[in-house]
Design a protein around this ligand. Structure first.
Ligand SMILES: Cc1cc2nc3c(=O)[nH]c(=O)nc-3n(C[C@H](O)[C@H](O)[C@H](O)COP(=O)(O)OP(=O)(O)OC[C@H]3O[C@@H](n4cnc5c(N)ncnc54)[C@H](O)[C@@H]3O)c2cc1C
Length: 601
């Protein structure tokens, strides 16, 4: 089993807003070791050799194509990443699992199927199953003898999952749970063998059940006609007095929501990794096409506006990658810090809970970055981008779902702030003392400090200021709205705060990544990556200023608003740069290899 080399510092989830880690404290893609790369390479070759040639059949749902493909993936060990070795899995560390997800993502129809089976369809059993349930199901999931899926959503219960109506009642003889109800949008629903189903007992106790194919009264609906990820199966499920053996209750009655939400923590993070892989592949095809296609006697790649697109695609992918691997490294660091004798599986669940804020950020940021990348790829392809014979039309359609499932991006934006506030109120994160200290700094007036002249000093200042802007805006919002911050009427404020927090995490992860690489390899060697980081920081700082204005305008007025806007202006001040020159440098790096240029760097 590959293991991640981690630093000694174990950061708390969400602490990026109140702490200033050093470059060596974080994991970066350059830290991925050879064993981990080998796992990624196996996945990449599998997709290239086995999955991509079958896309035409998969898109049409030809029977008997996806199941054998999953079995082949199982033979190569690509399905058991989340499953401990004692049940036949690979028990991968988080960095390896992230790389695996990333490299399986070249075809959305397959990666979504893989995620539903090996991720959200497996994790509930790994974390909450009894020994008997684990022994019975997990080895067969590893080999794809059983294909699994996760069944939470219902026609009237999507974002509001707790409104689910499917019910389970104990039979008169006490031997079975009798399920009645309907599920909706279930990935792998059309061909799965094992269904992780959420239902209510005694009216309101959400509980979870393992339902096998062939259960009487249980059936799957027809394939839904989707906009994208057409290769994946999505169906409704129907339960009519379906008897499920009593021992197939997963975890405890009334604790199903714990199963559901912990599973989604893991699923969200993986979704970010799938998006990262998709973005890299799209950059590759777009760069190649920009050289093949000519206009006015020039390659498209020679035009400034096309280069600008390729650069921005790589810049957003770079920031996403920095966040994803930093987060995966923190989870592995948390695991490595476990005391001897700790149950590894339970500790991993704690790690996912600890970094749920970062997972939501990776999900939202990843899905929006991929949407941007595929959209620009269609534009680079022009009319051919709009034609199904070319790969970017499908990538464009396939990408769109990522903002909807695993918690919509709206819901995740709300969650990020809810979780931060909960941690602040619980004393886990010192957001309140930091906000009070900031107020002292603001009242003391500007300090006119000189730049230290150190490498990346200006960028460090920008990142520190991004966090100050978060504290300023969040402090003002909490002071004004208090408990009402969580009310539906204040969602615009919460989403703006969430956007600031996400950009602050992305900025810091990008800067620390470049600083760590530069210290190792020298600055000239990371020039293009430093250009990507600087271009990203500049735009992110603009966005943060804009979002902070939105928040302050909504929650402050009069002299207080004026004082806070002055403070915002102070924290938003920065050296002028040359974004066009920075992007030209990044575009040159993309075009030099026709690929995303910062992998493993
Ligand atoms: C292709 C596909 C595959 C899927 N696979 C699975 C699966 O395998 N298993 C499974 O259980 N589910 C699955 N889903 C369901 C998916 O998780 C839900 O579609 C998603 O959670 C959104 O729920 P909804 O569709 O009911 O939309 P709604 O919840 O009705 O949301 C509609 C809009 O309102 C917004 N909204 C809703 N509530 C709020 C709020 N409180 N505040 C602000 N905005 C809000 C949403 O963000 C969204 O923009 C899948 C869906 C699709 C389309």
């Amino acid at each position: 089993m590959a293991t991640t080399t981690v630093s000694h510092a174990v950061a708390r989830g969400g602490s990026f807003l109140v702490e200033s880690p050093r470059p060596d404290d974080i994991f970066i893609p350059a830290d991925i070791n050879d064993d981990q790369k080998l796992i990624g390479q196996t996945a990449e070759e599998f997709v290239a050799n086995e999955v991509l040639p079958l896309i035409p059949d998969l898109e049409l749902h030809k029977p008997g194509v996806m199941s054998p493909l999953l079995k082949k993936a199982g033979e190569l060990g690509l399905l058991g990443g989340a499953i401990p070795e004692e049940y036949g899995g690979a028990g991968l560390d988080k960095v390896s699992a992230t790389l695996l997800a990333e490299k399986l993502s070249a075809y959305g129809g397959f990666s979504v199927t893989h995620g539903a089976h090996s991720g959200i369809g497996t994790i509930p059993i790994v974390y909450f199953g009894t020994e008997a349930q684990k022994k019975k199901y997990l080895p067969k999931i590893v080999s794809a003898e059983l294909i699994s899926c996760y069944c939470l959503s219902e026609p009237q219960a999507g974002s509001d999952a707790q409104a689910l109506r499917t019910r389970a009642e104990l039979s008169a003889d006490g031997k079975h749970w009798i399920l009645n109800g309907q599920k909706m949008w279930i990935t792998n629903g059309g061909f799965a063998d094992l269904f992780v189903v959420f239902a209510k007992v005694d009216g309101d106790k959400i509980s979870c059940f393992l339902v096998e194919k062939g259960t009487p009264g249980f059936s799957a609906g027809a394939e839904e006609k989707k906009m994208g990820i057409k290769g994946s199966s999505t169906t409704a499920l129907f339960f009519e007095n379906s008897p499920v053996p009593k021992e197939n209750l997963l975890h405890e009655i009334g604790r199903g929501h714990i199963v559901a939400f912990n599973t989604l923590n893991a699923g969200r993070f993986s979704l970010g990794a799938y998006c990262l892989g998709g973005a890299k592949r799209t950059i590759e095809v777009a760069s190649k096409y920009a050289k093949e296609r000519t206009a006015l006697g020039k390659q498209l790649a020679e035009f400034g506006l096309i280069r600008q697109k390729l650069a921005e695609m790589a810049i957003r992918t770079f920031a996403l990658e920095a966040m994803i691997y930093r987060s995966a490294g923190m989870m592995d660091g948390f695991m490595a810090a476990a005391e001897a004798g700790t149950d590894k599986t339970q500790h991993l669940m704690k790690a996912l809970e600890e970094y749920a804020i970062e997972s939501s950020i990776c999900k939202v940021y990843g899905s929006e970055a991929l949407d941007f990348v595929v959209d620009e790829a269609v534009q680079i392809y022009g009319g051919y981008g709009y034609h199904e014979d070319y790969p970017v039309a499908r990538a464009y359609r396939d990408s769109r779902i990522n903002r909807i499932f695993e918690g919509t991006n709206e819901i995740n934006r709300m969650l990020i702030i809810q979780m931060l506030m909960k941690r602040a109120m619980g004393g886990v994160l010192p957001l309140i003392p930091k906000a009070m200290k900031l107020m002292e700094e603001i009242l003391a007036g500007p300090s006119f400090e000189e730049s230290s002249g150190e490498r990346f000093a200006e960028e460090e200042r920008m990142v520190a200021n991004a966090k100050k802007v978060f504290l300023l805006a969040a402090g003002s919002a909490v002071q004004k709205l208090r408990d009402k911050l969580a009310e539906p009427d204040n969602q615009e404020v919460v989403a703006a705060l969430s956007n600031i927090a996400m950009d602050a995490y992305a900025m810091e992860s990008s800067l620390l990544r470049v600083a760590k690489s530069a210290a190792r390899r020298g600055e000239p060697d990371v020039r293009a990556m430093a250009a990507a980081m600087r271009a990203f920081l500049s735009d992110a700082a603009d966005r943060i200023e804009h979002e902070a204005r939105t928040v302050l305008g909504a929650v402050a007025e009069g002299d207080m608003l004026r004082t806070q806007l002055l403070a915002l202006k102070r924290f938003s001040k920065r050296e002028p740069g040359n974004p066009i020159a920075l992007r030209r440098e990044v575009a040159a790096a993309v075009l030099a290899g026709d690929r995303y240029p910062f992998e493993y760097r």
